[in-house]
Design a protein around this ligand. Structure first.
Ligand code: ATP
Ligand code: MG
Ligand code: FE
Length: 337
């Protein structure tokens, strides 16, 4: 089984060749960050155009670097959603053309299932499993009772964690994407400006980060109005600690309630040093196995899409060439059963 996977849901153009659902033969990622940086965020129209410019070369390189040829491929996988519709369409058209030309099946894949299944490229997965998905557009606790089945037990009611990081960074005039900059500032901090934590209802696994974001913006404005110098590092640390505290506490409570065998941390924010360290300590204490993909597999890439698509390949759950990119695709509905 050799799957060529394509990912173009946001601002990374990526193609990968995955063997047997877990072996990465190639994983080529072309990031557009430098193009969007000066706008302070991803500009959808520019993202689509950049995908069009690079997709063919990226796919050719991915096949070449894998050591295989196009005729060796068993299927083409592509991110069907969620994501920016114009960006998704570019990958979708490329995937359909290839599937048609090579006369092999097409596998429509869920982007977040990809972030979760990135784990399989480096680790053994065991079920039931719980995934803490923290990315630019998503913050979810996902229970996987078995292979390929997804139940969302908690989600953000407003901002995603990555989004909150980026907005706070922007208010501090740090470059886009802001997550890594806040992370660095928080680590350099000698003091912490303690900020509120949004626990929500007692038994809820949902999250909320907009109140925290507003508290940070209010602190910045107050200092500016009074003309007092702001301890940016202390503020970054306060923000980061509030986020980590809530994420770690809820993830561990859910892991215990659902008796899972492992906890998976994934999505772009999983690159956060503070979050990784505190979740590792908490899992150690609870004697729970923690899996965190290496940083290059946490941010958007096609290898993770190939890993998730492999589950559907084995069950022969293919898509027709009339498959449509779906910016709001549901993860639970993408489940194999
Ligand atoms: P989605 O997967 O929800 O569609 P996305 O693909 O745009 O969103 P990712 O690429 O998975 O998101 O992650 C990007 C986000 O991760 C950005 O918001 C970025 O600021 C954040 N991020 C990256 N590194 C760190 C870090 N060290 N600490 C905190 N956040 C980080
Ligand atoms: Mg991205
Ligand atoms: Fe993503």
């Amino acid at each position: 089984e050799l799957i060529l996977a394509i990912e173009t849901s946001c601002d990374e153009t990526s193609a990968a060749v995955i063997r047997g659902g877990k072996e990465t033969c190639s994983n080529i990622v072309s990031s557009q960050i430098d193009v969007h940086e000066r706008f302070g965020g991803v500009v959808p129209e520019i993202a689509s155009r950049k995908h069009v410019e690079t997709i063919t070369r990226i796919i050719e390189t991915a096949i070449k670097e894998s050591g295989y040829e196009a005729k060796d491929l068993s299927a083409i996988a592509v991110t069907e959603g969620p994501g920016l519709v114009g960006a998704l369409l570019v990958g979708n058209v490329a995937a359909k053309s290839l599937a048609l030309a090579l006369n092999i099946p097409l596998i429509a894949t869920h982007h977040i299932a990809g972030h979760i299944y990135a784990s399989r490229l480096e680790h053994e997965m065991a079920f039931p499993s719980l995934a803490l998905v923290v990315s630019g557009g998503h913050t979810e606790l996902v229970l996987l009772p078995q292979e390929g089945v997804f139940h969302i037990v908690g989600r953000t009611r407003d901002d995603a964690v990555g989004e909150a990081y980026d907005k706070v960074a922007r208010a501090l005039k740090l470059p886009y994407p802001g997550g890594p900059h806040i992370d660095r500032l928080a680590h350099e901090a000698e003091e912490e400006l303690v900020l509120p934590r949004a626990w929500l209802e007692q038994d809820s696994y949902d999250f909320s980060f907009s109140g925290l974001k507003s508290a940070v913006l209010a602190a910045i404005n107050q200092h500016r109005m009074k003309g007092i110098e702001l301890n940016e590092a202390a503020l970054a640390k306060g923000f980061q600690q509030s986020v980590i505290d809530v994420l770690v506490t809820k993830a561990l409570r859910a892991a215990k309630q659902y008796h899972v065998k492992q906890l998976i941390l994934c999505g772009g924010v999983a690159a956060n040093r503070g979050l990784r360290a505190e979740l590792a300590t908490a899992c150690d204490r609870a004697q729970l196995e923690l899996i965190v993909p290496s940083p290059k597999l946490c941010t958007d890439n096609a290898a993770m899409i190939g890993a998730a698509a492999s589950i559907k390949y084995r069950l022969a759950q293919f898509s027709g060439l009339d498959m449509k990119a779906d910016p709001g695709l549901s993860l639970e509905e993408w489940s194999v059963v």
